[in-house]
Design a protein around this ligand. Structure first.
Ligand SMILES: N[C@@H](CCC(=O)N[C@@H](CS)C(=O)NCC(=O)O)C(=O)O
Length: 210
């Protein structure tokens, strides 16, 4: 099977490359330089009409949307158990926290990003910032309660939901958001030292210098 990730550093692409490194699957990283407008070029729009990364090509087929890509990749190596397969209830908890990451934790960060740099200038509303900061803090409190004293969001074992949540937490820090909950600080520390994350970051760096 041949697998290509279309991506750009410091974006949601990291969710996919981090997961691939955790799974130990081979892949090619194809840089789509967002700063040079490559995502808006016809060749890329033919792959992803939305002009966004990440996208993956698997044996000729294209998948977009980071969560869908992640869930698909987990099915390629079910024995890694990065999505629970042993219990429908566990799977539902995995879905709950993945959707929470996208809908609650990511959404205010993306709103901040859109109104700072991503939207065309005329559509940016400065006042969205305060609302988004507030919403991110509400989501952090919910995550903190859900995590409790567990090491990972589903308990003792690491899952792909931790990648999504961890990515949003790193994103929040890079946007200068304060994260005061002690259990979240420890969670960030635990996720941040995973070798697979380091390998994924190296791959991105390498792609930029090739
Ligand atoms: N919902 C999509 C969002 C993808 C997305 O917005 N990607 C950003 C980078 S993180 C992008 O490609 N932006 C380029 C653009 O909008 O021009 C996902 O989770 O994959």
């Amino acid at each position: 099977m041949s697998l290509t990730v279309y991506g750009y550093p410091n974006t949601r692409t990291l969710r996919v490359t981090w997961l691939l490194e955790e799974l130990g699957l081979d892949y090619n990283f194809q840089l789509v330089d967002l700063m040079k407008g490559e995502a808006r070029q016809t060749s890329f729009l033919e792959l992803n009409a939305g002009g966004k990364v990440p996208a993956i090509r698997v044996d000729g087929g294209i998948i977009t949307e980071s969560l869908a890509i992640m869930n698909y990749l987990c099915t390629l190596k079910p024995e890694a158990e990065l999505i629970p397969t042993y219990s429908a209830f566990r799977r539902a908890q995995y879905d709950q926290w993945s959707v929470f990451a996208i809908a609650e934790l990511e959404q205010p960060l993306w709103t901040m990003g859109k109104h700072k740099f991503a939207l065309p200038k005329d559509y940016r509303v400065r006042e969205m910032e305060a609302t988004s900061v507030y919403e991110f803090q509400v989501a952090l409190d919910l995550l903190s309660k859900g995590l409790g004293q567990q090491d990972y969001i589903l308990g003792d074992s690491f899952s792909a939901a931790d990648i999504l949540l961890g990515h949003c937490l790193f994103w929040g820090m890079s946007f200068g958001q304060s994260i005061e909950q002690e259990n979240l600080k420890a969670y960030i520390g635990r996720l941040g030292v995973r070798p697979a994350l380091g390998l994924a970051r190296q791959k991105e760096k390498q792609a930029m210098s090739d």
